[in-house]
Design a protein around this ligand. Sequence first.
Ligand code: E4P
Length: 220
Amino acid sequence: MKLFLDTASIDEIREINRWGVLGGVTTNPSLVAKEADDPARVWKEILSEVEGPISLETTELEIEPMYEQGVDLAQMAPNAVVKVPMTPNGLTVGKRLTDEGIKVNVTLVFSPAQAILAAEIGAYIVSPFLGRLDDVAADGMDALRKICGIYEVQGYETNVLAASLRHPMHVVDAALAGADIATMPYSVFTQLVKHPLTDVGLEKFLQDWKSLQKELRKGA
Ligand code: E4P
């Protein structure tokens, strides 16, 4: 399972990219708005920072404007992936872009039925939002498991991207469910690396090492 950052912050992206585990980035209009900067500048910086797929979201709702925006976004860089919403117009535009060889991410997916539609247009990525389902007392992980099961049985090639992840166990369970990609905020990414026993263990190793050095100096 590839690990993506769900952010438009170049500082967060640079920090996680330094770890050598960053497979790609997902952005959405809310995340780009947080940067309070020219969206094109923000997207270009991210596209050149990370080699993997970078999802850039359309904001037009009608077919022609959404299509034109999608083409413009795709032309920004070879690793650009165009996000379209799970709406009838989003599917129409997604299919057209896919047929033209442009990689499409169908976003705002909340059910296995919607995920079947995304696969049928040949989308590159489908994005089920787990956390937002949990927020309304539904079972986001159950939806993800069903989507992964359907894709397996049907032989769909669309990549399942577990989105709207809120904590490390979401990431672990998404991997067990068979998701191809998990996208998460910086806060969840940094929680993945942490374990109290790692900190305690490291401290003890360093103390013992220092004691050894002291002993060796005494004997010299
Ligand atoms: C995915 O592409 C979305 O940007 C994202 O995962 C939404 O997450 P949220 O529910 O935390 O806003």
